[in-house]
Structures are given as structure tokens and as C-alpha cells.
Design a protein around this ligand. Sequence first.
Ligand SMILES: Cc1ncc(COP(=O)(O)O)c(C=O)c1O
Length: 384
Amino acid sequence: MAVEAATLAERCRDRFPIFEHQVYINSCSQGALSDSVRAAYQQYLADWDEKGAPWEYWVERQEAARAAFAGLVNAGPDEIAVTTSLSAGVSALASGLRFTRRSKVVLTDWEFPTIGQIWHAQEARGARVSHVPAADDGTIPLEHFERAIDDDTLIVSITHVCYRNGAMLDVPAVVELAHERGALVLLDAFQAIGSLPVDVAGLGVDFLGAGVLKYLLGSAGLGFFYCRRDLVERVWPTQTGWFADENIFAMDHTDYSPARTAARFQSGTPPVPSIYAGIAGIELMQEIGIAATRDHVQTLNAHLLEGLDELQAKVVTPRAPEHRGALICVKSTDAKALVVALGDEGIVTSDRDDNLRISAHCYNTVEDVDTVLAALQRHRKLLA
Ligand SMILES: Cc1ncc(COP(=O)(O)O)c(C=O)c1O
């Protein structure tokens, strides 16, 4: 296993120039820049220079991005909206729901702020928002959802992997419960996509939002939103724009005819430069292998956890491999100071709450983990 883990990083690491001068282990914030994503940006500039305003080609690139993401999550292209952020897709969904027959939105305490903010914004439109708390061990047991989801629940909004503690939810179990009780399910897959295989059919979710700038190796400005085919025409987004129209080339300002596909969750002009980069990032991750990356990072994290135990550090990420994503979080007495101290030694990490976040990806090696552990030993007083 350790040999295979080395092979994966060895195969792809030289495509990420940052490793020539830094130990980059912060993919929960942003993936490392690859040669192919850099080349995609250069191609965008070359196309602009050469062709002027090639909008037909750029709209075609949007379709290529849609198809690439659809393939990644096992959906049809007609079930995918190309958005400018995860928030944009989720907001479009929220704007199209009616909180009349059922009014309750159930969300967890693991949600990224944007999710909580979008659902609380719907209180002005009649939504009642209920939060499902995590347990002391950092997981959210199914009983907590059992207590919250009732026959007034319209939608359950969950996150696949928590950005604060790295815990992974048992998504199919929550979906089964929600569906049994007649509720829809939205999954925020931003901290999972690209780090492990995500299959919308296997998970059974109704809606999914994600972006490309973390484990999909793209950059800011491009998100995707999945809506299960049979639900598309049941949602009537009121947050919209001309790229959500049934025929964007009709240029008709006299009515609202949203697309009959998930494109109805789109808005204005697509983020063309980010689309070039996003396609390159998705293709590179598929070439490297997402399932292989999951195994590789699990191996690295097992090694990291062993080392953290030796340092008697307080790991807040659940221990069981099936309850965690790529991210490992460790309690600190001053997480911001610890990130700076590691940064001074050429190690890039990040912090949330009181925790240091260490997130390995396909390009990280056992040596990277050892470098982090050695630095943490030197800064032991900053670990709780
Ligand atoms: C779990 C999760 N959800 C949502 C977001 C934000 O997404 P966006 O800014 O594309 O709306 C992030 C970004 O860090 C995230 O980690």
C-alpha cells in the first residue's frame, strides 16, 4: 500500500511546480496549480487574442464543462447547471422552492456559512430553519436527523465532508430517511468532489452543489449544480438570468421561460476563463484517478494520525476511515499562529475554529507528512 501511495504522487507531482519550493498540504482551501491549468488559462488568452469575441466557441466550452462535470458525478448533462459558485446554484434552488405545503428546512451544524445564510434568507419567504447538532465525537448520528426530519420538512441540506473538522456524513442513510419522510435532499459536495468518487445516483441525492477550486484543481469562479431530471421542472427559480433561459439566443426580454433542463439554475454570462481552467482540472484529476487518490490519501492520513498520536495531539476528525474525508483537523492553542509558524518553514496549511487543517491530495507524499509532523514537534506548544 505504501509503495502504491508513493507511486501515485511520484507520477503526478512534477506537474505542480509549487512543490519545487513549498510543502503544499492545503487542498481543502485550494488545489495546487498544475501545468495543465496554467496552459488552459494561456489558451483562453490566446483564443481571445486570435479570435476576438468567439462567443459561440465559449458557449461550447460551457457545454464541455457541463459534460465533464456530469461524467464526474454520474449525471446527465441536462441535470447540470454551470454556475459561478456553489452558492449561486443553491440560491437559485432556494429561490424556486415554495414553503407552503411544507415549510421546514433541516440543515446541519457542519454546513459552510453560505448554506446557512441562504436558508435563513428564506425565512422572509416563509421557511422555518432547523439545525441538526453534531455529537461530541465529531459525527452526526442518524438519530439526530430522525429527531429533526418530520412531515413538514421540505428539504434536508447536508454537507458531504465538513470543512471545519473533516468528518464525512453517511449520505445514503440520511437520504433514505429524508425520502421516507417525503423530504428532498441537497448535498454540498465541495469538500468531497475530486478527493473521492461522488456518484449522485449511488448517493440518491436530489440536488448537489460543488466547485472546482479545491480537489478538482481548478480555480475560483466556477461551480456546478446538479438537479435530478424529474425534479427540474418542479422548481421555478426566481433568482435567474439570461443563461437560464430556454433559448439564450432568442434575446427575449418580454417573458421568463426557464430552460427545461438544469440550466434553469444558471444566471448571467458564464465564467469563461474559469471554465477553461475547470475543464483542465477535472480532466487532470480523472487522468490521475480519483478512486486511487482516495486510497492514497487514506494511506497518508493513517500515517499522519499515527504521528499525531505520538505527539499526543488532539485530533478532532473522527478516527474511522469511513467517517472522514481528505481533511484532518488538529486542535491548537493558537491555530493562526501555528499556520504562520508552519508557513515560515515552507509548509502551507490553514485553520478554522481552533483547529489546524492538514489536507493531503494526490500530489502529497509520505515525506510531506513527515515534514509536517517534524515541524509540529518543533511547535508542540501550539498544539492543544
Ligand atoms: C463545504 C463548502 N461549501 C461551500 C463553499 C463555498 O462555495 P462557493 O464560494 O463556491 O459558494 C466552500 C468553500 O470553501 C466549502 O468548503
